[in-house]
Design a protein around this ligand. Sequence first.
Ligand SMILES: O=C(O)C1=C[C@@H](OP(=O)(O)O)[C@@H](O)[C@H](O)C1
Ligand SMILES: C=C(OP(=O)(O)O)C(=O)O
Length: 469
Amino acid sequence: MQVFRYSGPEFSPYAEDDLAPESIQGPWPAPTATGPLKATLQLPGSKSLTNRELVLAALANGPSLLRQPLHSRDTDLMVEALRSLGVSIEEVVGAGTFGSDWLVTPGELEGGTSIDCGLAGTVMRFLPPLAALALGPVAFDGDVAARKRPMRTTIDALRGLGIDVSDDGRGALPFSLYGTGSIAGGELSIDASASSQFVSGLLLAAPRFDNGLTLRHTGEHLPSLPHIEMTIVALAARGVIVESPEPGVWVVPHTEIQALDVDIEPDLSNAGPFLAAALVAGGTVTIEHWPTQTTQVGANLVEFLPRFGATVLRDGTSLTVDGGAGILGGSPLTGIDTSDELEVGELAPVLVALAALAGSPSNVAGIGHLRGHETDRLAALTTEINALGGNVTEQPTALELEPSELHAGAWHSYEDHRMAHAGAILGLAVDGILIDDIATTAKTLPQFPDLWLAMLGHTPSSPVDPAGF
Ligand SMILES: O=C(O)C1=C[C@@H](OP(=O)(O)O)[C@@H](O)[C@H](O)C1
Ligand SMILES: C=C(OP(=O)(O)O)C(=O)O
């Protein structure tokens, strides 16, 4: 078996103080697959669900227990921000494999604080409406890369709600708001075409506005609709019924947000690269605790991976992707053509990585707003795949891919966890891919390098069945 220059720790089920795989210094040689897979994995909790439940628990009418939440950079930033606003969040020993549960006890929201959003869209878009309910100033900033992400809609929305905001006019971080302790609410129009998170952030806080909120999206385009649905379902579970009398309009009543103990589902979008690996290496990858019903966009992998040639099997609460012989076993992938609007934009980097390895052309369309994600994902994917010999044409809102032989080379992650995932997928089939910053996966899955190696049979101490190797 090939030996990799991996110097990270043996897999341990989460070390509280060591979330980032910082022990991995320098470029990470993406391991190639040496045979068909037969791996069974558990994955940590969903970023999107964890950060919604943290916000709702912070605004609720009593304490809420979050079981098996995600412990990662994005969720830790949310926890720290809420604590600094006066919310108590205690670590509680739970039954989860990947860290403690969180007991969230709401308190009176206090301003006079600064919030580090890191590069987390959910922190920078969900927290300002909540922070505006506090009394006093709250400053928002984040990583250098975060200062490029679209925030004008949040800033305009706050002003539309009567909140005083000071910013530098770029429509981006940093900015400060001055809360007066309450928000009247009522009618508000926004253009959420750059991100669904603008809508979700307002809906999450709106039950605490004196008059609730009637929110109208005015732009032509509204991305990531399933994530708005996730927000509406999470609110409903806490007794807040959001009505949508017509597409792009949401009515949130002024009402109490009920305290609720919740189980956080595993992150199905982060299952993407692992399930995709079966199509490249061949064999099977099974994810345990796959929910039978979910609002997560990762559930759509069940629809997309078969279009490349996979078979998907459900067995109780496990989901298995069978890649057959896989590319490495001589079975080429079929390229895909997505519809006009890819609602599951979060999955795009994984789909594009598979498309780059496919034996027929692909068109991954309707992903223009991914230019405002952790990086401009259309530009980053095009640059990196083409640098390896790929044939990607970047269109304003789509990527077109033609089959091409890829070769060894550097893969830049651009501080984007899903770019790192895409590089790892290519590395399964292409020897000599060096990922510059695998540690960036700590944004939503600090265990990514360990789990990836374990899936490939490299760390027998991990919670993976290495049978078949
Ligand atoms: O609400 C959420 O949890 C998310 C919404 C989506 O954002 P966009 O609408 O900006 O794509 C998604 O891509 C992101 O990863 C998570
Ligand atoms: C777009 C993403 O993240 P964020 O929540 O920071 O927007 C993502 O995880 O793909």
